[in-house]
Design a protein around this ligand. Sequence first.
Ligand code: TRP
Length: 332
Amino acid sequence: MDKKRILTGDRTTGRLHLGHYAGSLQNRIKLQDKYDTFILLADVQALTTHFKNPDLISDSIYRVAIDNLSAGLNPEKITLVQQSQIAAIAELTVFYSMLVSVNSLRHNPTIKTEARQYGYDELTYGFLGYPVSQAADITFCNADLVPVGEDQIPHIEQARKIVRRFNDLYGKGKEIIREPEALLSSTPRLAGLDGGSKMGKSLGNAIYLDDDAETVASKVMAAVTDKNRITAVDKGNPGICTVFTYHSTFNPEECENICNMCKNAKIGCVACKKQLYEKLNTLLEPIREKIAYYEMNRAKVREYIEAGSAKANQIGNQTMERVKEAMKILML
Ligand code: TRP
């Protein structure tokens, strides 16, 4: 009965793509039986970059939930949590903010990369502080483990530091807040089909889970391959080919064969890409169908989110009782 709890989540800034599928969704699907799984729809964290676009954020609460369920998470097993509806997250964020130095946030490598990527002239307080609110996301429900990719590791480290500091200061030897641990996803980050280091919504190089078959085909056909391979008679170098990394991720059974054929100029890039998009379309077809089903039945999705958030609030309120008692934040 006593399963360990995991919490992980996505910012609600649009549909999820194949990078999410390879890097996190697949992993979550595997973990959901073994762990008590909480999936956070991070609509407050979405504001840190998309505060000018509330319509997108609010619609994406559905989209992100639907993409998670359609990829294979079971709504009867997991708990879907809408971040903005959890009072404990907001309160903990404020309390934790006293325990974090501005310098440690400024030196957080993921914050640095993302700030550059979004081209911020002026970093907002909210963006700089999102690792603090993420620490609240993780700890309000006593999560034991946080399944994440490499880029989130600095945030989990930050959360662990906050928890230790909190327990040291206010716990008097007792654990008030549970210290979480990262559960690093074993799959490396999926490169962008444009040859960029990462598939990303804001990078304009993403294949979405609900892209139709023709869109997937044309995106794959436009992908960058080994630039030194000009014609099909040239021998290719799969080691530097983005399309090949997709074969290793999504077509593991055939990838050794493709690798050898490419090295010996026995398969051209067009044929190789065709094999890839056919494989991707086979993978995506049932997911697309489920997305279409849930899109028609958003009311049902809403019920899952409401029930999950209500359950999360109960747990969060218990956490806040412990926290406020330890911090002596009580009505006089
Ligand atoms: N920052 C995460 C991302 O961009 C999303 C997220 C928000 C998250 N809160 C979380 C992940 C808590 C793990 C745990 O992918």
